[in-house]
Design a protein around this ligand. Structure first.
Ligand SMILES: [Zn+2]
Length: 206
């Protein structure tokens, strides 16, 4: 579902309209899903000067095939946390993310048929290996991607180019098996924030 809002371009002051999507369904909103994955959904593009203005607002993404719901509730000072919606009943996998980038990544992981908890643990294992090989590398972010059917982890390094590592399905399965119990135990009820901090806590309990 969407609603229309008036928005003034901060570049040229032209007034335009933007559509805000409070829910996106993987099946019924394929165009919006595509824009979400392209990183365009949470921007207003000015019809006059073309300037892209970020417009971030709470949005709930439903993937009924994966029985998953992801809540994008933008980063804030926490004062609006009481406005976080109640999770829908009967959904197995509830996630909360704080950025449009993280939302797009969660959708990619769901589309890849993977468990984001296993992916987050894998990221840390890869990073610790990278740190051993190259102690000077400063990893700013790690993102799951799928290019031409090949799953990858993209390491965004400070001051240098990205590093890409293919995900070996065998390694994925091994991590899923080895960490199964700890992952289950560490997954909270309700909207769960499954990110690097969460994965670190899982590894520390090893
Ligand atoms: Zn403009």
């Amino acid at each position: 579902m969407s609603k229309e809002v008036r928005i003034t371009c901060p570049g040229c002051r032209t007034e335009g309209t933007a559509l805000l999507w409070d829910t996106i369904d993987a099946t019924f909103n394929q165009e919006e899903k595509r824009r979400l994955l392209d990183g365009q959904l949470f921007y207003h593009y000015c019809a006059s000067c073309g300037k892209a203005t970020p417009i971030e607002y709470p949005c709930v993404y439903h993937d009924s095939a994966a029985s998953a719901v992801v809540l994008f509730f933008p980063e804030g000072d926490g004062s609006h946390d009481e406005m976080i919606p109640q999770p829908p009943e009967g959904s197995a996998n509830l996630r909360r993310v704080r950025s449009a980038l993280s939302l797009a990544e969660k959708v990619r992981i769901l589309d890849g048929g993977r468990d984001d908890r296993v992916i987050e643990v894998m990221k840390l294992l890869y990073v610790s290996r990278l740190k051993k090989e190259r102690p000077e590398a400063q990893v700013q972010n790690v993102l799951y991607e799928k290019q031409d059917g090949v799953e990858q982890l993209v390491f965004i390094l400070k001051g240098e180019g990205n590093l890409v590592s293919d995900i070996q399905p065998v390694f994925y399965e091994r991590v899923a098996k080895d960490f199964e119990e700890r992952i289950q135990k560490a997954t909270p009820d309700g909207w769960a924030e499954i990110d690097g901090h969460w994965a670190l806590a899982v590894l520390k309990n090893s």
